[in-house]
Ligand binder design. Structure first.
Ligand code: GLC
Length: 625
């Protein structure tokens, strides 16, 4: 683009007519601020970027005018503290509204439990109207403008966000933007022959083009949804379906689709949703000859979407759900021209995978190497750190990383799958194999945190292992998210397959129901609360400061340095079932005085033994400042 056209303020006049003068001025200033980001995002993607961007701005003007006063106030407050999600006091929690409580009203009633735990961010699993029948845990949305009937209504959603906001809890909702359910109105109208809606999808009359794409496309669900295209009689064609056959990928190459999602984001934001989890975002853009993941257009579109949100509802932040390799992952927090302009949060899948890998191998060398490869991310963003989530664990161990530390990548991934499915001799884990890909040999794993960590097997060290894993994610300096029930050490749900729609998806084994009253009999809860209290008290854990993984002294002890302006913080994590040493000079090396430093987990000084080393008991962590 030669010179950038001016922001389309006159086009917003009608939408803003009812707003008081100070609001109109505020909106105009925001448009001026974000218009370049919006336009640059769409430039080169759509045939008439100015026209598409202008439509989006007018939508933003309408949403802004309709936005409730308390949400305008929230926008202001977030502007005063843009690092709210980076604070050490921030804790996330993720749950199903019907498994944690009895729908949205039930979640509101249970919200004191969340406050008591210290939760400031709640990710409620998909709660918008899904298709009838199997719906991939709600990830097959039939209507973005309605709540699942058994969970409540859009008014209940608004009420819930109000209740949560009063408690200082931000609601995160999934924005499934790669696909809709085959029962969504767009799909229904496409099937009925309306060209406008057929153009919302990728439909091919024969196999020629799909076969060309298939050559380089991986399979997400090789077991229950092989292939990436599904034949539909009514369409008389093959429709792109990356995930299940009933999840139709939408065509983001069509500007109409962009405008639709703009309206959806704005509407949900006006119901008080503060964080959008951009589900399966890596898949948004298709390009022949590639895996059709992580294409540059994905980031440009995210930048554009975020710019629109910043105009109408700047409290909103985006969280990228991109389960991809480290070099691709950093782009979701912004790299190059999109630096700090895309998602504010992204899942640290690599950390999660390597926690499990370290626990199985009792060795930190691969994790250290792999985590060191992750390029730095913008200081205004934060990793979502987690040990478990609602999905399976895929063994995303990079071939080059494994080789660099002398491991055969395939053999290591096989070992991990064997270990966590409990097949490996001496394994403490009780997991299930999810999606055995015959072609690649990949076996992903389902299972609750506690069952994978040995609690189901009755391993006496299981609780220490669970707490150690949490210590890593809480001590990393991101936004840590606890998966519902993990705070109580909930085991695999033995009845997971009872619901017919869940029977062929064993991820339900680790999506149990919350057993109220939530009493802990394992000791996990008390231990976790100690970790959380320590985290809250440590300024060093602000997410703007990166975590740096240091070369280990002992192959069983992971070392994580946070070089904060207040002084260094060193995390040491013994991933083994033996006592392991940390030489005192490692403390001095990073600027800590062994005689004066404090272990915030032990609550006192550290003991340097006569051999000049600090000894870590099995599965323990130190947070030293
Ligand atoms: C995300 C979700 C997963 C779902 C998929 C398709 O990866 O976490 O549960 O199956 O997207 O929407």
């Amino acid at each position: 683009m030669q010179s950038r056209p001016a922001a389309p303020l006159p086009a917003c006049a009608a939408a803003l007519a009812g707003a008081p003068a100070h609001r109109r001025e505020l909106f105009e200033d925001r448009v001026e601020r974000w218009w370049p980001d919006l336009l640059d995002g769409l430039d080169g993607i759509y045939p008439d970027p100015v026209a598409t961007a202008t439509r989006a701005v007018v939508s933003a003007a309408h949403a802004f005018t309709e936005r409730a006063d308390d949400l305008h106030r929230l926008d202001l407050r977030r502007g005063l503290r843009p690092d709210w999600f980076q604070q050490p006091s921030m804790l996330g929690y993720a749950a199903y509204a019907d498994r944690f409580a009895d729908g949205l009203a039930g979640v509101a009633e249970r919200s004191s439990y969340l406050s008591d735990l210290g939760v400031g961010y709640l990710h409620l699993m998909p709660l918008l109207e899904p298709r009838e029948g199997p719906n991939d845990g709600g990830y097959a949305v039939a209507d973005y403008r309605a709540v699942r009937k058994d969970l409540g209504t859009m008014d209940d959603l608004r009420t819930l966000t109000e209740v949560l906001r009063q408690r200082g809890i931000s609601l995160c909702l999934d924005l499934v933007l790669n696909h809709v359910a085959d029962q969504h109105e767009w799909a229904v109208r496409a099937r009925a022959g309306e060209q406008r809606y057929r153009d919302y999808f990728y439909v091919f009359g024969d196999r020629e083009v799909p076969d060309q794409y298939e050559r380089t496309l991986p399979e997400v669900f090789p077991d229950f949804a092989p292939g990436n295209f599904t034949w539909d009689d009514d369409l008389d064609g093959w429709v792109w379906t990356t995930f299940n056959a009933y999840q139709w990928d939408v065509a983001w190459s069509n500007p109409e689709v962009f405008c639709e999602y703009v309206d959806i984001v704005l509407e949900l934001a006006n119901h008080g949703v503060e964080v959008f989890r951009l589900d399966a975002i890596a898949f948004l853009w298709k390009r022949l000859g590639t895996t059709c993941q992580n294409q540059p257009e994905v980031h440009a579109l995210t930048q554009a979407l975020r710019a629109v949100a910043r105009m109408a509802c700047p409290a909103v932040v985006f969280k990228a759900e991109a389960i991809v390799g480290p070099q691709d992952l950093v782009h979701y927090l912004g790299k190059g021209r999109h630096h700090a302009k895309v998602s504010d949060l992204a899942y640290h899948n690599g950390l999660m995978v390597h926690i499990w890998s370290m626990l199985a191998s009792r060795d930190v060398r691969l994790a250290t190497h792999a985590l060191q490869q992750l390029p730095p991310v913008p200081a205004t963003t934060a990793w979502i750190t987690y040990v478990r989530c609602h999905d399976d664990i895929g063994w995303a161990v990079d071939d080059a990383d494994a080789r660099a530390v002398g491991l055969d990548p395939f053999a290591h991934r096989t070992f991990l799958a064997d270990f966590y499915s409990g097949e490996f001799p001496g394994s403490f884990a009780h997991g299930l194999v999810f999606q055995h890909n015959e072609e690649t040999g990949d076996r992903r794993i389902s299972g609750s945190l506690a069952s994978l960590a040995g609690l189901e097997a009755g391993d006496p060290l299981a609780v220490s292992r669970i707490l150690l894993a949490h210590a890593i994610v809480l001590g990393w300096g991101g936004l840590p998210v606890i998966w519902m029930g993990d705070e109580l050490g909930l085991l695999n749900d033995p009845d997971w397959a009872q619901e017919p729609a869940h029977a062929d998806d064993n991820r339900w084994v680790h999506r149990p129901r919350m057993p109220w009253p939530a009493r802990d009999t394992t000791g996990v809860d008390a231990g976790l609360r100690r970790l959380l209290a320590a985290r809250r008290s440590l300024e060093h854990l602000h997410a703007s400061v990166p975590a740096e993984v240091l070369a280990p002294s002992d192959p069983g002890v992971l070392l994580v340095l946070r070089d904060h302006p207040l002084g260094p913080m060193l995390g040491a994590y013994n991933m083994t079932d033996e006592h392991r040493p940390l030489p005192a000079e490692r403390l001095t090396d990073v600027g800590l005085d062994p005689a004066a430093c404090v272990d915030h987990l032990g609550g006192g000084p550290v003991t340097v033994h006569d051999d000049g080393r600090v000894w870590l008991p099995p599965y323990t962590a130190l947070w030293l400042t």
